[in-house]
Design a protein around this ligand. Structure first.
Ligand code: ATP
Ligand code: MG
Length: 463
């Protein structure tokens, strides 16, 4: 029996704790103010062994007081886990908590514990080899906080990052803010950050049609291999004849060498306006070439494209190329902000379906090839469930819909429900971070950005 014992009269913060298995504990406190989910307790066993307990659930008791339950943390000491019935439990010092959650590198700290602001919470970099889900309602500070995490990853790991940036929010990820510690600014300046944007010049965001596989090409041309078998076949047959042809001359060459099916294919290209897109690299450097060189970060500014299809085509080309090269096993973190654009449950059109299906495949199989996803969105239901369910790391910012919180609770069983419930009251910039990439589920206020934010909030005009 886990015998809850009375808290000490006159010493509200000290309680008695018991453990049925040496791994979990329960304790009783005089009031909900004395112990909250996410708190740490120092528990001294009857034999004098000193343990650290993490409070996961707090439930009111009949009468007065609350019952707190949680896990005993393995601090790597030589204390043997064993059941106990009457241990002394009291709040612990910030130093003891910091030893568990801060990690050895202050530059990997992403925020401070809301309950104990002197304690920083550090990323566990070697556990970034998992998929991560990042959610919170609009304005909760997801993009800002994501920027904080990316800055830390770029600065302190050698894990290259590719950012699919639909709102041009990360286009200044290479521009350090004023007032940043000069040593940090210098370290960041030493990391290659490429920002590719639609247009011309050395940082143009382009992709190469001819490098794409037949299914991706067919999706761009909205061709079905059975319904449009003639044109689909012409697409396969004509590829060699189109090599090196000047873009403006492509439809003419299709007509010249492709017969009736070539004519139909040329009409399709013209009707879809594909040659007017800014997207095509032809013989210029393509985004896939840049990413293959693995800069510390590559930002793909999708927000500056005029059409949604161009955004999808760029995403598809990049994802297809990475998948085709997966056996190279070169690690990469694929960050998708506003992930509902690229992997909603039910995308429209063949391009949207092709992009989503590739992301589903990367979610399911990419981990072992070093392709790790970090997906940010407003609600869990906006992203295909087969993708979200593959995420082992999660960040939750303000979310006040009970339905969304219940869904997150189901999807991420490793996040204690009482801690998750607190996200309904988060302020902007506060986040619950849980999963292997942090030592313990933690509610933090994210630290300040060191690079500039790209997107600008539209301000209310004032007189
Ligand atoms: N921790 C923070 N410190 C300072 N400003 C912040 C912080 N978090 C967010 N902001 C500011 O609040 C605004 C909204 O934040 P952000 O764009 O990150 O929200 P979001 O959750 O990504 O919203 P959306 O879902 O609409 O994209 C931005 O102008 C940003 O600069
Ligand atoms: Mg955002």
């Amino acid at each position: 029996m886990s015998a809850d014992v009375q808290s000490h009269p006159g010493d509200g913060a000290t309680t008695r704790a018991s453990s049925p298995d040496g791994r979990s504990f329960s304790a009783r406190a005089s009031s909900a103010a004395a112990v909250r989910p996410g708190d740490y307790l120092r528990i001294v066993r009857e034999d004098g062994a000193d343990l650290l307990g993490f409070v996961e659930e707090v439930t009111p008791l009949d009468g007065s007081g609350v019952s707190a339950a949680g896990s005993l943390i393995d601090e790597g000491s030589d204390v043997t886990p064993m059941p106990f019935t009457d241990a002394n439990a009291a709040p612990t010092s910030p130093d003891s908590v910091a030893r568990v959650v801060s990690g050895p590198d202050p530059e990997l700290v992403v925020g401070q514990l809301v309950s104990t602001p002197s304690v920083g919470v550090g990323l566990v970099p070697h556990r970034l080899n998992r998929h991560t889900f990042w959610c919170g309602q609009s304005g909760s500070g997801k993009t800002y906080a994501l920027g904080v995490a990316l800055e830390r990853i770029i600065l302190r790991t050698r894990l290259p990052v590719v950012v699919f940036d639909p709102n041009s929010d990360f286009v200044k990820l290479h521009a350090v803010r004023e007032g940043v510690d000069p040593a940090v600014a210098e370290a960041l300046a030493g990391r290659a950050v490429r920002v590719l944007r639609p247009g011309d010049g050395p940082d143009a965001l382009r992709i190469r049609f001819r490098d794409m596989g037949p299914r991706a090409k067919a999706a761009i041309l909205r061709l079905d291999p059975v319904v449009n078998r003639g044109e689909y076949n012409a697409l396969l047959r004509l590829a060699p004849a189109l090599q090196g042809v000047d873009p403006a001359g492509i439809p003419a060459r299709m007509r010249e060498v492709g017969g009736l099916d070539g004519e139909a294919l040329a009409q399709r290209v013209e009707n879809l306006g594909l040659l007017e897109w800014q997207t095509w690299a032809y013989d210029h450097e393509a985004a896939t070439d840049v990413i293959a060189g693995r800069p510390a970060a590559t930002v793909l500014d999708l927000g500056a494209f005029h059409s949604g299809d161009e955004q999808l085509v760029v995403a598809l080309a990049v994802l297809e190329d990475l998948w085709a090269r997966r056996e190279e096993r070169r690690p990469l973190l694929l960050v998708i902000d506003e992930a509902h654009n690229l992997c909603p449950p039910e995308p429209e059109g063949p391009l949207g379906i092709a992009v989503r299906d590739r992301i589903i495949q990367i979610a399911a199989e990419g981990r072992k090839f070093g392709l790790w996803l970090l997906l940010s969105t407003q609600r869990p239901s906006k992203v295909h469930r087969g993708i979200v369910s593959q995420c082992d790391n999660v960040t939750v910012m303000r979310m006040n819909s009970p339905g969304d919180l219940a869904e997150l609770g189901d999807l991420f069983g490793f996040v204690p429900r009482s801690i998750l419930a607190q996200s309904a009251r988060f302020r902007q910039g506060e986040a619950l971070i849980a999963g292997g990439f942090v030592a313990m589920p933690s509610i933090v206020r994210v630290r300040d950005r060191i690079t500039l934010e790209g997107g600008i909030d539209v301000r209310v005009p004032m007189p």
